[in-house]
Design a binder for this molecule. Structure first.
Ligand code: SAM
Length: 292
């Protein structure tokens, strides 16, 4: 069966994302570095001004962006929030969330497009506006396919502006899984050789030289036990999200599926609890970047 990727179907993407999120094990908030860290390392670093200009790249449904916006509103009286997000379903959910949480102090501008399209459009109209804060949480894998977008994002940062990147660490279970099955994933949009990880991002930032950066380590633990239950649709969807493949279980041969599931149980990917539950270990890093 030809492989279809989640990127081809936003509705399947969000369905599988929901299943994956429902299986979170011991996790307070997805990619949250905590109130104190965010206050000290992001909010207080930003210069005081009346209106803060921020940009979200691949903000999804805005769950984390809304938390961070509320934190920033403790220091800034108004926020101009530009969102670049290709999924209409995600934008609608984000709009509804932000209207409930911070309706009066935030003006949002919605761009239903990819970062690559946004960048090209800016160039065609000669846009020069920049941002004090840019958030790219688990979206560089998609937004930086050509390896140039990180440089474009730095171009968009004001002097002393801060960028908040969240990205998989190279020791993450997901990266180990993709590397182990690199041959199978060679045409995959998230091909492991192209996939951004912390070390690739840091190498790029060091070479670029226009920014200083700091890394905060984090992890997700996902209960993937249902992925091993043949009848579980929740498990199948979780597997789709982890592999980025639509209906992964029916797409791959039964031999590959077995190898894949066996590998997912190994310590390279998971911890097995005493009650038999299999907990997938995703390691991510928040890279806090400041434009010099
Ligand atoms: C893993 S989700 C992360 C969502 C959100 N930042 C969060 O942490 O909950 C990746 C997001 O990137 C968006 N995306 C996909 N391709 C993109 C691109 N080329 N440019 C910008 N965003 C993209 C997806 O629609 C999705 O909302």
């Amino acid at each position: 069966m030809p492989i279809k990727y989640l990127e081809d179907s936003p509705s399947h993407y969000w369905k599988s994302h929901r299943a994956y999120r429902n299986n979170f094990y011991q996790c307070s908030h997805l990619c949250d570095i905590g109130q104190e860290n965010f206050q000290r390392k992001v909010v207080e670093v930003l210069q005081k001004m009346d209106s803060l200009k921020i940009l979200g790249i691949g903000s999804g449904k805005g769950e984390l962006d809304c938390v961070n916006i509320r934190r920033m509103l403790t220091h800034f009286s108004h926020i101009d929030n530009t969102v670049v997000e290709p999924s209409i379903e995600a934008i609608q959910a984000y709009k509804s969330l932000i209207s409930q949480r911070s309706p009066e102090h935030v003006t949002s501008l919605w761009h239903k497009e990819t970062f690559q399209q946004y960048w090209r459009r800016r160039q065609s109209i000669g846009a020069t506006n920049k941002f004090h804060f840019i958030s790219a949480v688990h979206s560089l894998y998609y937004a930086d396919k050509d390896g140039k977008s990180l440089g474009y994002l730095i171009d968009l940062l004001e002097k002393d502006g801060v960028m908040f990147i969240v990205i998989q660490n190279e020791n993450s279970g997901l990266i180990n899984l993709f590397s182990e099955f690199a041959e199978y994933f060679r045409h995959h949009p998230n091909n492991p050789s192209k996939l951004h990880t912390t070390s690739k991002v840091l190498k790029y930032l060091n070479e670029d030289g226009r920014v200083a950066h700091e890394v905060i380590r984090g992890r997700h633990q996902i209960d993937i036990t249902s992925c091993f239950e043949s009848e579980s649709s929740e498990g199948s969807l979780t597997l789709d999200f982890l592999t980025n493949v639509i209906d992964f279980k029916s797409t791959v041969s039964s031999d590959i599926l077995q190898l894949f599931l066996n590998y997912m149980k190994t310590p390279n990917c998971s911890e097995i609890l005493s009650d038999g539950r299999i907990i997938f270990q995703e390691k991510w890093d928040a890279v806090i970047v400041r434009r010099k």
